[in-house]
Design a protein around this ligand. Structure first.
Ligand SMILES: O=C(O)CCC(=O)C(=O)O
Ligand SMILES: [Fe+2]
Length: 357
């Protein structure tokens, strides 16, 4: 049984924002309007901050350029918890096809997309299931359990456009391979052997999400995706166009990620923070929306295999550097998170600290 199916979801179905945004709106419904007091630094963007760019080819090719790139990778993971990755090796043709078909999927009539609507108490499917006491987010999504293959529930996988299902299959597998090799290099960058860190194995768990952010007449009043940190090992995000929206918090300011053609945006999650014993940081991030343009992102949320234990890697635990985090099994880790009824994960990682929050 898929891990997430063992969790009780407190979710509801809410209307499609894509449909709402089609109507002539002078102002957005109150249920979407954010209270600025919730996030005192919401308006503090620093346009001069630029997320680091890492060249995977230099990591793979070895030699001197590898050493240099490993150092850049180390700083990116430590200081930002996020970076953009070029020359990642996922085939161009597949990426192009995924971008095209994702747009085609969202362009389908609502009725067709509703064939895949979330069922009550499930997270998979089309819609916007995240309901808690927070404001609604200005986005729709399609969420699938993508890996391991036996976790897939094909009743949610889109039949339309033709061939999309097959491409999602190849894409999610390709991204998992990338996650494995990238986390090996992230381990090497701390001085470990690659294998010690690539626990996000090819038998790893992965969730797949396509986020659709429609234009909004009052983009400053709403949020596409509220500030959060991912609970993954790493999250691999593909931008479908050149409309920016993703922002990373750095030293108290928001840095806007400018989409780089064909790059993958890498966001470090809590599992990497735990495995690295706090050397690397999970990046706080959010997505803002645009007044006139649609923005779409595709994300692969990568985790270790279901039998993995999440804990600091032994070689990073030393007498002068004791383990900051406790050990926990992946199922227990996910349950702890989702039992919070999706009320945000800012403090989530503190739950696992040896010396408490
Ligand atoms: O779409 C984006 O830019 C960010 C979405 C995100 O952070 C998430 O889905 O976890
Ligand atoms: Fe995220």
């Amino acid at each position: 049984m898929a891990l997430l199916s063992t969790i009780n979801w407190a979710t509801n179905q809410i209307p499609s924002v894509q449909e709402l945004a089609r109507e002539p709106l002078d102002s957005v419904p109150q249920s979407y309007v954010c209270d600025v007091a919730d996030d005192p630094v919401a308006d503090r963007c620093n346009p001069s901050l630029q997320v680091p760019l890492i060249n995977m080819a230099n990591l793979v090719n070895g030699g001197e350029s590898q050493e240099e790139e490993l150092q850049k990778l180390y700083s990116a993971c430590r200081e930002w918890g996020a970076f953009q990755l070029i020359n990642h090796g996922v085939p161009d043709r597949l990426i192009k096809e995924m971008k095209k078909q994702t747009r085609e999927f969202y362009d389908l009539p609502l009725q067709e997309k509703m064939r895949y609507a979330h069922k009550k108490d499930s997270l998979e499917g089309y819609g916007q299931p995240f309901i808690n006491n927070q404001k609604l987010q200005w986005s729709d999504m399609m969420f699938l359990n993508s890996l391991p293959v036996e976790d897939r529930n094909f009743s949610f996988w889109p039949e339309n456009p033709q061939g999309f299902k097959e491409n999602i299959d190849s894409y999610t597998k390709g991204m998992m391979k990338l996650a494995v090799s990238l986390s090996g290099f992230m381990g090497m960058a701390t001085g470990l052997k690659a294998s010690e860190f690539s626990e996000v194995g090819e038998d790893g768990l992965q969730h797949f999400r396509m986020n659709y952010y429609p234009p909004c007449p009052q983009p400053d009043q709403v949020i596409g995706c509220s500030p959060h940190t991912d609970i993954t090992t790493i999250s691999l995000l593909l931008e479908l166009g050149d409309t920016p929206g993703l922002q990373i918090r750095k030293d108290g300011y928001w840095a806007t990620v400018k989409p780089v053609p064909d790059a993958v945006d890498v966001i470090i999650g809590h599992i990497t923070e735990i495995m690295s014993n706090g050397i690397y940081k999970a990046a706080e991030h959010r997505a803002v929306v645009n007044e006139s343009k649609v923005r779409i992102s595709i994300i692969c949320f990568c985790y270790p295999g279901k039998n993995a234990t999440i804990e600091p890697v032994q070689d990073l635990v030393k007498p002068d550097c004791p383990a900051i985090y406790k050990s926990i099994s992946l199922p227990e880790y996910l349950r702890t998170y989702f039992d919070q009824k999706l009320e945000g994960n800012q403090q989530f990682i503190n739950t696992f600290k040896v010396h408490g929050p």
